[in-house]
Design a binder for this molecule. Structure first.
Ligand SMILES: Nc1nc2c(ncn2[C@@H]2O[C@H](COP(=O)(O)OP(=O)(O)OP(=O)(O)O)[C@@H](O)[C@H]2O)c(=O)[nH]1
Length: 377
């Protein structure tokens, strides 16, 4: 939805021709253009339980997608990674694989993949890992980025007590197959709303819009008219990921120039740990002077002194095009936006917390696996 608004494509896939957003080129990076002139997102949605996909099938964007892009079945993963990874109806998994191939074949110069999933649920963690492996197998040389909702441990953000199992097992499974993973915690994104927008209880729609705004900047340079297309998946990966397994940059977003860490989308103390690389992506009417002062701020206040093993790669990028929030959005038409991507060892705090929570209940794990008839080696 966020992308189609930015590219001024209507819910029926037709070019609105309103010229409301002249900076956006409406190019075919994220949409393919059919002979009838209809734009179709280069995406697939999959859930073994039909309810969430049915929301798209029956919602405002139902005409935007073709039926083959919306895949669902009639089963539940019962919040269980093992079921999501091993137990999903093969026909559904094969349809997803076929659709992935078809979407890729439809691209003239495939850059890579962007996977959105949860780590806490059985579908996101299990089926998400299986499909990430499929992408890695079919397209080993293409970039594989992901946005993964990490369980909010220790507060009411988690919907099930198996979330930490699912997150640990899925992270382990995809460690070698994902090139760059942005971990997002709903409680941290909710904190941005509380602090900056005075919204005490943001809905999933609000949280998703904030995440979409942050991630939109990751592909913006590839989509804007007149931009150099300099920042693509490969550039981001080479700037941010010094070693294949160290691929979890901390994602932050703000609608203001002075990026000061208050827009973090994962709850961790970014002053603890070593910052390996940072990229700041600006949009709207940001000017280089402000951007450089943000970088200075990061270096002075947020970076613990790098020891001699530390690698500091700092990168700035500008792209035109102010953010375009939804009409009823609390973001209130900001004139600029900035997404920070910071590869810092501080995120280990969250990963360890999930692992601790996992291992403290380790005796339950065999039950958990045996119940489903599958135990991971
Ligand atoms: N930001 C965000 N988080 C979500 C959304 N839907 C679910 N979550 C979070 O993702 C986690 C897992 O949610 P589920 O809906 O159980 O995930 P699933 O991957 O569909 O897995 P199953 O329901 O077990 O099949 C929970 O912590 C939710 O709070 C959403 O639309 N936006």
């Amino acid at each position: 939805m966020s992308y189609s608004r930015e590219e001024d494509i209507g819910p029926d896939g037709q070019d609105n021709d309103s010229n409301r957003y002249p900076d956006y080129s409406r190019n075919t990076t994220l949409f393919s253009k059919g002979e009838s002139g209809k734009y179709v997102p280069r995406s697939i949605f999959i859930d073994p339980d039909a309810s969430s996909v049915d929301e798209i099938r029956n919602g405002a964007l139902k005409s935007l997608f073709s039926p083959e892009q919306l895949l669902s079945g009639n089963e539940s993963t019962s919040n269980n990674y093992a079921h999501g990874y091993h137990g999903i109806d093969k026909q559904l998994v094969n349809s997803a694989r076929d659709q992935l191939r078809r979407a890729a074949e439809d691209c003239s110069n495939l850059q890579g993949f962007l996977v959105f999933r949860s780590l806490g649920g059985g579908t996101g963690s299990g089926l998400g890992a299986l499909l990430t492996e499929t992408i890695a197998e079919y397209f080993p040389k293409k970039a594989k980025f992901e946005v993964a909702i990490h369980p909010s441990l220790g507060d009411s953000g988690s919907t099930s007590n198996s979330e930490s199992y699912n997150a640990v097992l899925s992270t382990h499974r995809t460690l070698e197959n994902s090139d760059c993973s942005f971990l997002v915690e709903n409680s941290a994104v909710a904190g941005i709303f509380k602090r900056n927008l005075d919204v005490a209880h943001p809905s999933y729609k609000d949280l998703n819009e904030a995440i979409a705004q942050a991630i939109s900047l990751v592909t913006l340079d590839m989509r804007l008219s007149g931009s150099g297309g300099m920042v693509d998946f490969d550039v981001l990966q080479s700037s941010l990921v010094p070693s294949p397994r160290l691929h979890y940059p901390l994602l932050s977003h703000g609608s203001f120039i002075r990026f000061d860490g208050s827009g973090q989308m994962l709850d961790c103390d970014a002053t603890q740990g070593k910052r390996l690389a940072t990229a700041l992506l600006y949009r709207g009417d940001a000017v280089p002077k402000d951007a450089h002062s943000s970088l200075n701020l990061i270096q002075r206040k947020l970076v613990s002194p790098l020891d001699e093993r530390g690698i500091a790669a700092l990168q700035l990028s500008f792209a035109g095009g102010a953010p375009i929030p939804f009409p009823d959005s609390p973001w209130r038409s900001p004139r600029q936006g900035v997404t920070g991507l910071s590869n810092t060892t501080a995120i280990c705090q969250n990963v360890w917390q999930a692992f601790d929570s996992f291992s403290s209940k380790v005796e339950e794990i065999s039950d958990f696996g045996l119940k489903m008839g599958h135990v991971e080696g």
